[in-house]
Design a protein around this ligand. Structure first.
Ligand code: MOS
Length: 718
């Protein structure tokens, strides 16, 4: 298995991340953040800050950097300092630029802000009473026509067994290793911006719109990104402010968020509350499913965490179904996409409820899931293009020793041991992408697209599919990524990059071969007028062959370039698409301390064709560890005044190596060419889906205690 191409560069410190770029003459920007949750800024006294050593500029809503609000495929992006409204504690309200980082930071501390404070809403529980409809997420009801039920309530009345419970999940922070940063360098009217993101061409378009310049004038560079998963989807505050301040000052500006600032000046995952009702017959066949969800959002209502729509609307076959989604706007930091938005917290509720139903029925939880396996999303005619979820469970059960599980768990010395399972699903999607291939006279090829590799392994995958498409060894392929000057690639988000970019590489590969054979048979070419074929880097005609490098040299050319563009198309009218998986978790709960340790875990996944098993495995392991983190560790705590009580790495709990067991990953490998010609379905996000429920289900198996919120703490198990 090919190792990650950029691995050695990353572990030896040679990979240059955004803030590693040092340009002569660089000055430093530091954010000023609000210290109230809600209100209006009445005054900002910047006199002391402006006269502090080294200070070049102090920007506030009273003396602002002009920026427009851009809109991308991810929606509107909030732009800092444009008005005096404060809607959460820790909101960027000022930007100080100085000759050194320390001078900027010290001067930022001298800014005195006066507020007209208004009462802030920071409690999710209190806000539930004023929940609002979720934009873009309609209430949906599917009723079984055959049985003639008139309402979902009637369907539940007709169900011999009903479980109904409320589950909740905590707010989580995007704590990627690389904090958000930007280095902005203007040369004349052109901006080069080094900043981590999930799609350099999208960020360039955002910045151009914000700055009011032509997109061709903005060059975004991000060859390496230290983690993203939704947290770097939208253009960040440092990118906006560094670019605008650099233009105003005529100096390169570097701005890096501190870890504490990452907790509020970016965005995280919403907290959710979910009411799930399941109605079934005594054999475990679902009759009715109802899933009502509430999620927190910021005052601008900028994001909905779609838990009901992400799970119950898709996962199980049920004749009657009702889902709803509400939002609870609060004076808290913004919410946004985070690894499996919707499915991650949604699966905690749905898959806990399924486990509760299994207990109620006295049925094996895998058996119950298999019984309600769907061949299409409920109420839809379009069948899954490929689904091997049952096989994931069969394989997993055998490998994990599921047969040894008893309904009461078991004990091992002072430990209560239990096993739990859950389904993992995440839609298989694709976005538009363009890839360029340049064949060079030195017998090598460059495969390039703008996008980003936020640690997923996309660069390595591009080289593999490039080599395959051009029928060349991998060592003759140079992949390029993370530069908005390259052909507009996909977004590294939505678990789409391999399917989107891979398909475009294949199309570009075909175009490259067509171009070569046309060149070889053209007038004045070595095989003029002949029938030319291509294989493994060579062109053939009449029993003779030349390499493509020889051809280009014979024609006096250094290279030949083509592009391939792919986008979702007709397949969407024919099938439904999803990746699937089965999560197995074993926990040990200590009899006296009540601490929960995950002792074993296994995920078996159906993600179509696996391009590189080593990278795919590590991607899924990362997701599964994220799931443990959600189940047992992570929770942003908001104080009454809106300040985050644990907005730093000293107090925000994350798992460390000692918390994580061997994480076993297995695949069933069925290429899904109905979805795209590469046959790959997404696997970036699905690893985290279902894990928290599997942990909670295992805790119940071990202890008999059902915990309906995450993270599960010692106090829950006393
Ligand atoms: Mo992902 S949450 O689509 O980066």
């Amino acid at each position: 298995m090919t190792a990650r191409l950029d691995g050695p560069l990353k572990v030896t410190g040679q990979a240059k991340y955004g803030a590693d770029n040092n340009v002569p003459g660089t000055v430093y920007g530091y954010l000023v953040l609000s210290t109230i949750a809600h209100g209006e800024i009445e005054s900002m006294d910047v006199t002391a800050a402006k006269s502090a050593p080294g200070v070049l500029g102090v920007y506030t809503p009273f003396d602002k950097l002009e920026l427009n609000t851009p809109t991308s495929m991810l929606g509107e992006t909030w732009v800092p300092l444009q008005d005096r409204e404060v809607t959460y504690y820790g909101q960027p309200i000022g930007f100080v630029v100085a000759e050194t980082f320390e001078q900027a930071r010290d001067a930022a501390a001298l800014v005195r802000t006066g507020y007209q404070a208004r009462p802030g809403k920071t409690s999710f529980e209190a806000g539930l009473a004023e929940a609002e409809p979720a934009p873009g997420r309609e209430d949906l009801e599917i009723l079984d026509e055959e049985s003639g039920v008139a309402s979902i309530a009637e369907a539940f009345e007709a169900s011999p067994v009903v479980v109904e419970q409320t589950y909740s999940t905590a707010t989580q922070n995007h704590a990627a290793m690389e904090p958000h940063s930007a280095v902005a360098v203007w040369e004349g009217d052109e901006l080069t911006l080094y900043t981590p993101n999930q799609g350099s061409h999208l960020l360039a378009a955002d910045m151009a719109a914000a700055l009011g310049v032509d997109a061709s004038k903005v060059h975004v560079v991000n060859p390496y990104v230290g983690g993203a998963f939704g947290g770097k989807g939208k253009t960040s505050t440092p990118a906006f402010l560094a670019s605008a301040a650099s233009r105003a000052l005529g100096r390169p500006v570097k701005a890096t968020l501190t870890r504490e600032q990452v907790f509020t000046a970016t965005a995280g995952r919403a907290a959710t509350q979910q009411r799930v009702a399941l109605g079934a017959d005594r054999d475990g066949n679902l009759i009715a499913v109802r899933h009502d969800s509430w999620c927190t959002t910021d005052a601008a209502r900028s994001f909905v965490e779609p838990t009901s729509h992400g799970t119950s609307l898709e996962w199980y076959a049920t004749p009657n179904l009702a889902v709803s989604q509400r939002i609870v706007p609060l004076n808290v930091p913004p919410t946004t996409f985070m690894r499996a938005p919707g499915e991650a917290p949604g699966s905690f509720a749905l898959e806990s409820a399924i486990d509760e139903l299994a207990v109620e029925l006295g049925m094996d939880p895998i058996e119950l899931r298999k019984r309600n396996n769907s061949t299409a999303p409920p109420g839809k005619d379009l069948q899954w293009s490929s689904k091997h979820l049952d096989e994931c469970f069969d394989l997993g059960a055998q490998r994990f020793g599921w047969a040894n599980r008893t309904p009461q768990g078991r004990t091992e010395g002072d430990w209560q041991v239990g096993m739990g399972v859950a389904v993992a699903m995440f839609p298989a999607l694709r976005f538009p992408a363009t890839v360029g291939i340049q064949l060079r006279a030195d017998e090598t090829a460059v495969v390039s697209t703008s996008g980003a590799d936020p640690g997923t392994g996309l660069l390595t995958v591009m080289r593999h599919i490039g080599a395959e498409s051009l029928d060349l060894p991998e060592d003759r392929i140079t992949p390029q990524l993370g530069d908005s000057a390259l052909p507009p690639g996909g977004l590294s988000g939505g678990s789409t990059a391999t399917a989107s970019v891979g398909t475009a590489i294949q199309l570009a590969g075909t175009a490259a071969v067509d171009e070569l054979t046309a060149l070889a048979s053209g007038p004045g070419a070595p095989f003029a007028g002949k029938d030319v074929t291509y294989a493994h880097g060579e062109l053939f005609a009449d029993g003779e062959s030349i390499t493509f490098g020889e051809l280009l040299r014979a024609l006096g050319r250094d290279s030949v370039s083509v592009t391939g563009t792919s986008q979702p198309g007709e397949e969407l009218t024919k099938h439904s698409f999803s990746s699937f998986g089965a999560q197995f978790v074993e926990v040990k709960v200590h009899r006296w301390t009540r601490e929960t340790r995950v002792s074993r875990m296994l995920g078996v996944f159906d993600c179509g064709r696996i391009i590189n098993e080593k990278l795919a495995t590590s991607q899924l392991q990362g997701g599964m560890i994220w799931g443990i983190s959600a189940a047992l560790h992570e929770a942003v705590e908001v104080e009454g005044n809106g300040r985050l009580a644990n907005g730093d790495f000293a107090s925000y709990l994350l798992p460390v190596n000692a918390d994580i067991p061997e994480v076993d990953v297995e695949f069933v490998k069925y290429p899904d060419t109905l979805h795209n010609s590469v046959g790959a379905k997404g696997l970036g996000e699905i690893g985290t889906v279902g894990v928290a429920a599997a942990v909670a289900n295992a805790v119940h198996n071990a202890t008999g205690i059902r915990v309906r919120h995450i993270p599960i703490t010692i106090e829950d198990l006393l």
